[in-house]
Design a protein around this ligand. Structure first.
Ligand SMILES: [Zn+2]
Length: 246
């Protein structure tokens, strides 16, 4: 199993461009999967084994939010420096950059983006130094779309800032606000779901009415026409009772 070329979660209450997977275009020394000696450290505890291959989706329950920090640079440049530092490719899984959401690794890839917590996390980076200015409303929508998409694909239980797991200022933005906003968006999307479902149900009334009225047009001598007439007269009584007809 692999989680490449992911697509936006359905039902977002705002519009963002589709996610683009640029994993294969970024510089790397080797794939993360072939990088040896990746310690299997789960929630800070090393079980003395090493990780090989891709991670299991059921083991990934946390999203970690990052910013690029300083120096700011292109994703190509960051991938280059990550590969020089750690021997593989870029450490994040998703990057928000120049008004787009880029997938930069398989979501199942064990990469390095947060010390001692890489076995069970997905790293989402805003490719800008947020200490120079908080998230713009566009960056927020892109970040939230990315978070909600990852949540739709993996059993995510927590959304944390890098600074909540390691000693760092990253991501230099309020994680409480991000968590609150995500909760609000999820509630909104749930309501929309129900509304859409209800719309489909009431739409069926019109279809059924049209079908039965066509039967009635078969004329007084037709058995189905009689059946449809009697049914619709009974429905008419219900509408009268509810004062929708008189
Ligand atoms: Zn970070």
């Amino acid at each position: 199993m692999s989680l490449r070329k992911i697509t936006l979660v359905e039902g977002l209450p705002f519009k963002v461009p589709p996610i683009e997977d640029i994993t294969d275009t970024l510089p790397k020394k080797q794939s993360w999967e072939t990088l040896p000696n990746k310690k299997n450290i789960v929630k800070g505890v090393w079980d003395k084994t090493y990780h090989t291959g891709l991670r299991k989706p059921e083991d990934i329950d946390t999203i970690v939010v990052h910013h690029s920090g300083s120096p700011e640079g292109t994703l190509q440049a960051h991938a280059g420096s990550h590969s020089r530092n750690w021997g593989a490719g870029i450490g994040y899984h998703i990057s928000i950059d120049n008004g787009r959401i880029y997938q930069v690794n398989d979501l199942l890839t064990f990469s390095f983006h947060v010390g001692d917590h890489n076995t069970y996390t997905v790293g989402i980076e805003v490719n800008r130094d947020l200490s120079k200015g908080d998230l713009t409303s566009q960056e927020r929508e892109l970040l939230y779309a990315a978070i909600l998409t990852v949540k739709s694909l993996l059993p995510i239980k927590e959304i944390l800032g890098h600074n909540e797991l390691n000693k760092t200022a990253c991501p230099c933005t309020s994680m409480n606000r991000i968590r609150d906003d995500i909760q609000l968006l999820e509630n909104k999307m749930k309501q929309q779901d129900t509304w859409e479902a209800k719309k489909t149900k009431v739409g069926e009334i019109a279809n059924q009415y049209n079908y039965m009225f066509n039967l009635i047009n078969l004329g007084e001598t037709d058995g189905d026409a009689h059946w449809a007439m009697n049914q619709l007269l009974a429905v008419r009584e219900v509408l009268k009772e509810r004062k929708l007809l008189d």
